[in-house]
Design a protein around this ligand. Sequence first.
Ligand code: PBG
Ligand code: ZN
Length: 323
Amino acid sequence: MFARLRRKRINPVLRDLLEETHLSVNDFIYPLFAKPGVGIKTEVSSMPGVFQMSIDEIVKECDELKKLGIYSIILFGIPDVKDSVGSDAMCEHGIISETIKAVKLTHPDMFVVTDLCFCEYTDHGHCGVIDPVAQTVDNDITLDNLAKQAVIHAKAGADMIAPSGMMDGMIMAIRDGLDGAGFVNLPIMSYSTKFASAYYGPFRDVAESTPSFGDRRSYQMNPANRREAILESIEDEKEGADILMVKPALAYLDIIRDVKNSTSLPLAVYNVSGEYAMLKVAAAAGIIDYDKIMMETLLGFKRAGADIIITYHAKEAAEILRA
Ligand code: PBG
Ligand code: ZN
């Protein structure tokens, strides 16, 4: 008489039949970090298993990814020379441009997403041009530069542009820039709801993008704000974003669900560096079952409403899904 719910859990085939949420390798985008040079593959201590790679190594890595069934990557560029505006990001021969070209030449079937921002390219580490009086990022000058950077990515062969700088009006500016240059078919995946999060710490070691002064709280969102989180994404939808995003993921499952319920656009989540590093460290200490916790976490993102998961776990999860 108390079996009403449990009787559906006894048979394993029935359990599978009734499974409501499914993870697939098709859900993943894998981040890669490009550095100038040849034969460079440097592991960064705060993110075990994540490397800064030269272009030749990235090309080899794409072979490995495809063997695992992963056909989507997101590229970050780390230039040798940084300046106040992030010129390398707007140069046809900059690190990101050359990486896109090399990957598309050798792997035309790889779907290449590009992170569009300036923090890896500026000497001050902020996501745009600094207004010298206000000592924060100048929104509108940065918009012009973002549009230029987007066209550079597009010309190099990027398949999707992912602006991550949280500037007001960035989607409209980038859409106009792309359309004006003839790239009307290039989709934009906006980092539409991005919080000012301590979970990005390990990423900034890998991407060499820690701000030299201040923090990002004048452009990234306050983690306390739920209504504003929805507003940010809906604003980007109105400006023409094709896919929305919530970032980070783990501490923001409620926001993922809120945004999902507020839009008909596809939704991505970014399972960020700090979330990844925490599992790695706990696993190394022998206190968690890494594989199970990783899969449970990724499934949680899908259940919360994610259609796409950007994750450093993609390769490990793909191996488990194949087995
Ligand atoms: C750049 C950018 C960041 C991340 C993705 N794009 C860092 C930041 O905003 O400081 C974080 C990714 C991660 O932590 O894995 N704007
Ligand atoms: Zn940035």
